[in-house]
Design a binder for this molecule. Sequence first.
Ligand code: ADP
Ligand code: ZN
Length: 605
Amino acid sequence: MTQMQQVLKAYFGYDSFRPLQEEIIHHLLGKKDTLVLMPTGGGKSICYQLPALMSEGTAVIISPLISLMKDQVESLRANGVAAGALNSMNSETENSALRQACLNGQLKLLYISPEKLLAEMDYLLRDMHISLFAIDEAHCISQWGHDFRPEYTQLGILHERFPNVPIIALTATADKITREDIVKQLHLQEPRIFISSFDRPNLSLTVNRSFQQKEKHKAIIDFIRKHPGESGIIYCMSRSKTEDVALMLQGQGIRTAVYHAGLSPSLREQAQDDFINDRVQVVCATIAFGMGIDKSNVRWVIHYNLPKSMENFYQEIGRAGRDGLPSDTLLFYSLSDLILLTKFATESGQRKINIEKLQRMQQYAEADICRRRILLNYFGENRTYDCGNCDVCKNPPERFDGTIIVQKALSAIARTEQQIGTRMLVDILRGNLNAELKEKGYHQLKTYGVGREIPARDWQDYLLQMLQLGYIEVAYNENNHLKIAPAGREVLFGREHASLVVIKREEKTEGKKRRRKKETPTLAQSLENANTESTDLFEALRALRKRLADEEVLPAYIVMSDKVLHLLAQQRPTTIEAFGNISGIGEYKKKKYGKDFIELIRRFV
Ligand code: ADP
Ligand code: ZN
């Protein structure tokens, strides 16, 4: 074992490095500037924590949010590392004790906000021995990024003031403009840039085309029932939606909190804290929720509405499965979301870019090829094979000749002089009578009721497909009325055939899916090694972890990750030695928790 590997094992309990970590650490230990682009959960922290442990002095970590600092410091302390965070939330005594520890060289890592860093430039920082600067969430420096923080732009001064201290900047935002901006603004000296794959193979990808609220709610409840007791986030487009969904879940006895920008800071903090400490299982949130969340065992993410770009989508699903264990993501895609988002994009300042971004998101949601390929290709990673962990791979779409269906819809549009939106169209096709329809005389049309045999939700789906196939267009500037496009005319007049995708609903395909699953074990199954793991033991371990965490007032995942619990349930170590060999158990946790855990395991074997 190299010295680096020994330190990794002793403090973090891991046997080997992840791709690039070793090279990055080596580079930084050589006192050279470094830029690291790695996805969420890729293992960025170790890239500066390990060099901090291996160097003289204190590493200074700049982090934008107090909650992020807190999480990191707690994890480090739980591994027996001397770390602290200097911020406005601490009491004066805490902060002065921290200062003293820095000056005495007792602290290995000091977390600090950019504001505080600038304020301390001529005081604490000048007087202490700094081993390295790490700039976490470095994309905050760039106006092009999505989390721009003006304070970050002043960090360029670091190199001037501390020319001999190496800087490592880390981010999960990979685009080229942001990357160049980080290098330029931080004045990094001939930095080496490490870019790791942005694939997150442990995240399953599923898109559900649901159009009615009732249907969505049922799908969400079923989904959560398949994840008993497991933490998850539901992202919604509006504040009121987060509240609706939360109420619905609470009605089902699921502990749920709400998080959005309209709540007071204390309520938001409460929601976040309850989530981190497993007092609520679900958070219904707008996009405002997430950056401050380092909770490693978020097991699923649902998008109640379509996100407005792939960047947003990937960042949000990225909050699931940071610990590398299988985690599920589900995106609801509906025509009404698409119409609304298109309207927003059209009216926004950057019309062209926003429409383009939305269209890429739409292509992803409508894809009939492997979704992960689309995702990775979007982020510039050329992927040529299918992932096997998305709904398209697991359940490839089947097509049928839908010419007559398409003709019925187009003909109804034509007979109303292209003056109707989707809802009216479905009413006409289904032969529903409503006041407006009657007033306009649409019940006397030849097409009235010709699509009665197709349920409304399936009509919505076919219309979405027709939009995607270029048969119809939505006139966003004319009350979202539907217009027949040239390709549609070809089908309407019988010159072309239309091929549609068979609509599969959960209940219809359940039996089939189960059979498929048996043939090819999912990643979840192979990773969790379900057949060697006892669920009873796992649950008992989880309860023990919760008890220990509560005693220390720490989040459960800081005491032990879900991954470690699974490994314990599979390998069932009964000696302290064997316990210490489990990946993720360092020396400190071995001594601290070994006895409690092996006692419990012994009762099971
Ligand atoms: P990021 O900051 O890139 O989102 P983290 O640094 O939080 O990711 O790491 C994600 C998870 O992976 C953490 O639980 C961490 O302990 C774990 N991890 C990091 N490096 C390794 C490794 N070499 N072996 C096993 N697990 C690792
Ligand atoms: Zn796939």
